[in-house]
Design a protein around this ligand. Sequence first.
Ligand SMILES: NC(=O)c1ccc[n+]([C@@H]2O[C@H](COP(=O)([O-])OP(=O)(O)OC[C@H]3O[C@@H](n4cnc5c(N)ncnc54)[C@H](O)[C@@H]3O)[C@@H](O)[C@H]2O)c1
Ligand SMILES: O=C(O)C(=O)C[C@@H](O)[C@H](O)[C@H](O)COP(=O)(O)O
Ligand SMILES: [Zn+2]
Length: 366
Amino acid sequence: MRELTVDLGERSYPIYIGEGLLREAASYFEKCGLSKRSPLLIVTDEHVGPRYLPALEATLRKAGYQTVGITLPSGEGSKSLAVFESVITKALEAGLDRHSAVVALGGGVVGDLAGYVAAAYMRGIRFVQIPTTILAHDSSVGGKVAVNHPLAKNIIGAFHQPEMVLYDLETLQTLPARQVSAGLAEVVKHGLIWDASFVDWIDGNAGKLRSLDPEALGYALHKGCSVKAAVVSQDERENDVRAILNLGHTIGHALEAVAGYGEMLHGEAISIGMVGAARIGVELGAPQEVYEVTKRVLAKCGLPVRLPSHFDTDAVMDAMMHDKKFKEGRMVYIVPTAIGQVEIDKNMSADRVRRMVEQLKEEAEV
Ligand SMILES: NC(=O)c1ccc[n+]([C@@H]2O[C@H](COP(=O)([O-])OP(=O)(O)OC[C@H]3O[C@@H](n4cnc5c(N)ncnc54)[C@H](O)[C@@H]3O)[C@@H](O)[C@H]2O)c1
Ligand SMILES: O=C(O)C(=O)C[C@@H](O)[C@H](O)[C@H](O)COP(=O)(O)O
Ligand SMILES: [Zn+2]
C-alpha cells in the first residue's frame, strides 16, 4: 500500500493506493473518523455497483456503519442537474444529516457528481472518493466537483475536498480497453506538465499499462496522483499554477460538448487537445520533439491523435467561448515549452486556436 497526502492545511487528506483496499474499507473509514451514527450514501453506477457495491456495503455494515446505495446510469449523461436532484432526493429519503458522508464508488462521473451532492447537501457534508477507473486517479484528487450544462462542461460545481481517497487497484482489472486508454490520457498529461522522465517511462511501458500489468499500473498511478497532489497543494482554487492541469482541456471540453456528452470520452477529447497544444507549443518556439513525443506516446496508449473531420470548427470554437478560461476574445491556454514543462499563456488568440483545430483534422494517424 502506498500513501500520499494532499497538503491543504486543515483540509489535508490521505490518498491510499493499493491492491484489495475495498475489503479493508471499514478500517480506513474508522481511521478518518466517519460517523457510525449517521447514514452513509454510497453513489455508484450500473457497471461498478453490481461488481463492488455489495462487498463494500457488507464490510462497512459489519463494522457498524449504516449504508444506503444509489446506482446511476453509467456515462457522462449522469453529470446532469436532473441526476444531481435524484441523488439529493435519495439523500433526504435515507435521512442523511450533517454528520453523514457521501461515498463516491466509481469513475470520474460518479466522483464529480457525488462530490457536488456532498458540497451542496445541507450546504456541505463530508465525502469519500473510492475511484475505480484509471482516469479517476486525477478526478478523485483535488476537490473539483461538478455537473455539466448542455452548453458547457463542469460549469455548475464547487471546490469540495474529500476526506480521503481509497484507490483499490484491483478494481481496475474489470475496465474495458477503451476506458483503459481514456484514463491513460490523464496519466500522460501528468507527465507532460511536470516530469519528462515519467513521459519517457510511459513511452517504454504503454503496452504494460494497456494490458493492466499491476506493477506498471501501481507505479504510474502513484506517480500521477503525486503530480496532482503536488499541484493542488500549491494552488487549491486555481488562482495560478493549478491551471496547468488543464493541458489539452480547453479544446477537449469543447469537443465533448459538441460531440454530445459521452460520445467522445473525456480522455479521448483531451488526447486530441494535447496534440493541438503541442502543435501550438512548437509554433511558439518549443522543440519539435514536444509535438512528436506527445503524439507518439498518446498513440501508444491507444488514444486518438486526430480530430474526426465531421467536427464543425465553428461549433467547436463557440463551445470554447463558454469555457471558464475564456475572456474577451482571448483564452488562457496551457502551452508546452518542453517535454515535462508547460506555461500558462493568458493571452492566446482565438485565431491561432481556430487554425489549430483545422490542423487537427489533417493530423496523420500514427
Ligand atoms: N474533478 C476532476 O478533477 C476531474 C479530473 C479529470 C476528469 N474529470 C471528469 O471525470 C469524468 C470521466 O471519468 P471516467 O473516465 O472515470 O468516466 P466514468 O466515470 O464514466 O467511467 C468510465 C466507464 O467505466 C465504467 N467503470 C468504472 N469503473 C469500472 C470498473 N472498475 N470496471 C468496469 N467498468 C468500470 C463506468 O461505468 C463507465 O461506463 C469526466 O466527466 C471528466 O470531466 C474530473
Ligand atoms: O483538477 C484540475 O484542476 C484539472 O484541471 C483536472 C482536469 O483533468 C479535469 O478534467 C477538470 O475537471 C478540468 O477542470 P475545469 O475547471 O476546466 O472543469
Ligand atoms: Zn481532465
